[in-house]
Design a binder for this molecule. Structure first.
Ligand SMILES: Nc1ncnc2c1ncn2[C@@H]1O[C@H](COP(=O)(O)OP(=O)(O)O)[C@@H](O)[C@H]1O
Ligand SMILES: [Mg+2]
Length: 168
């Protein structure tokens, strides 16, 4: 899906629509936000968070790069900004792998290109291009390179039973 946003409000509306769609599925997801500095990634995240009726963030001293929010009626939302890191090795959040793979979490990642190596195959990409002072092109796409991981059942396993359903 491709959108043209003419101002901050329009970008936040596009973000809000995506948030509502995700909430409807009752599952979490990873949203990888790409785009240069000033593209509008943080504006997008704010629009997304506001729509979910989140009032305040959960304070946690371990999370410097990352903010954690409780989504009403369920899951957690994490907002990670990788601007100050080079790659996932600089991410000093030991629990991050767990967080990103927990199917009920919503994880929004700015500068997602930098932590590409640890993004689950199944995720949503939001790519924002700066067109002019207030105009942005926003492309939202789903990635699901391996929709159903090939099941390799060990010999003797009952047919059809998955040994593992992990994403990676
Ligand atoms: N259509 C638009 N969508 C998003 N931001 C916009 C738009 N037009 C102007 N802006 C401005 O661009 C800047 C985007 O900043 P920010 O969201 O922090 O960028 P990023 O997080 O991608 O570095 C803000 O100052 C915002 O007011
Ligand atoms: Mg930002």
């Amino acid at each position: 899906m491709e959108f043209i946003s003419k101002n901050v409000k329009e970008t936040q509306k596009i973000a809000a629509d995506l948030a509502r769609k995700i909430i409807k599925t009752k599952n979490g997801t990873v949203v990888a936000l790409e785009g240069e500095l000033g593209a509008g990634k943080t504006v997008f995240v704010k629009g997304f968070v506001k729509t979910l009726g989140i009032k305040s963030k959960i304070k946690s001293p371990t999370f410097v790069l990352m903010k954690k929010y409780k989504v009403p009626h369920g899951n957690y939302l994490y907002h990670l900004d990788c601007y100050r890191i080079r790659d996932h090795k600089d991410l000093k959040i030991p629990e991050f792998k767990e967080i990103i793979h927990e199917p009920h979490n919503i994880v929004l990642i700015e500068w997602a290109e930098r932590v590409k190596a640890i993004i689950p195959k199944k995720h949503i990409t939001v790519h924002i291009d700066h067109i002019s002072r207030n105009k942005r092109k926003i492309q939202i796409s789903k990635s699901n390179r391996v929709p159903f991981p090939p099941t390799r059942l060990p010999k003797g396993s009952p047919r059809g039973r998955r040994e593992s359903h992990s994403e990676q």
